[in-house]
Design a protein around this ligand. Structure first.
Ligand code: ADP
Ligand code: ADP
Length: 217
């Protein structure tokens, strides 16, 4: 199962990806998580990416493509993967197609998680992340655990710098201008499954599940 998730920032990709990957024993690859880790440890990649991320712009394609090539070398992805946050531009998608060809494999399905811009602002203003386990929460729709009740140790909850409204609006423009064209790119390869991202976490997950069952029956 080799899946790609496309959708605006805050659509619920990370949230749903965790469940899809657990239920299908495939590995989640979130470029945002990898980049944030690199910023934290101040690696060369992190230092190069930080300014772009803070201002809500995309990190240059060359850095991202190199990072994906390195990451996919890990055997953890051999059983299948779900890419969350990559590709985000046409050049990234083209480079990825070439890489997959070399690896003698291909994408099975692109899940397009659709959520209107107004809803995104409310989702991202309430988003909270755990520094320790990277899980995603929302102050109203999916509240984080009390640190002492966290089932995975001590949750350390924070709000991302780039989730303030002004930066979110910019990230939405970036999505519409640079990432949305990927929908036509993958439609021409007959790979796109449209998922309505409005509804509860369970409702959205059920829609994804029925698309996966249809594809992998
Ligand atoms: P969200 O989950 O809210 O859509 P991400 O965590 O995927 O955000 O990404 C956070 C930031 O990391 C982006 O705004 C961008 O600066 C950078 N980034 C992540 N993935 C990519 C990518 N494939 N290409 C370029 N920049 C990326
Ligand atoms: P993405 O990875 O696409 O940027 P996230 O999974 O981080 O999106 O979700 C963004 C925010 O919206 C989080 O706070 C998450 O808890 C919340 N969220 C996700 N799915 C839903 C949903 N179906 N209804 C309400 N809130 C949601």
């Amino acid at each position: 199962m080799k899946l790609v998730f496309i959708g605006p920032p805050g659509a619920g990709k990370g949230t749903q990806a965790e469940r899809i990957c657990a239920d299908n024993s495939i590995k989640q690859l979130s470029t945002g998580d990898i980049l944030r880790h690199n910023v934290k440890i101040e690696s060369k990649l992190g230092v190069g990416a930080k300014e772009y991320m803070t201002s809500g712009r995309l990190v240059p394609d060359e850095l991202i493509i190199e990072m994906i090539k390195e990451e996919l070398k890990s055997l953890e992805y051999a059983n299948g993967f779900l890419l969350d946050g990559f590709p985000r531009t046409i050049p990234q998608a083209q480079a990825f197609d070439e890489l997959l060809k070399k690896l003698n494999t291909k994408i099975d399905l692109v899940l397009l998680l659709d959520v209107p811009d107004e809803e995104i602002i409310s989702r991202l203003s309430g988003r909270r992340i755990c520094r320790t386990c990277n899980r995603v929460f929302h102050i109203s729709f999916n509240p984080p655990p009390d640190p002492k009740d966290c089932d995975r140790g001590i949750c350390d909850i924070y709000q991302r710098d780039d989730d303030k409204e002004e930066t979110v609006r910019h990230r939405l423009d970036v999505y519409h201008n640079q990432t949305k064209p990927l929908v036509d790119y993958y439609k021409s390869q007959n790979l796109v499954a449209y998922i309505d991202g409005i509804g509860s976490l369970d409702e959205v997950y059920d829609r994804i599940k029925s698309n996966l069952q249809h594809k992998f029956k």
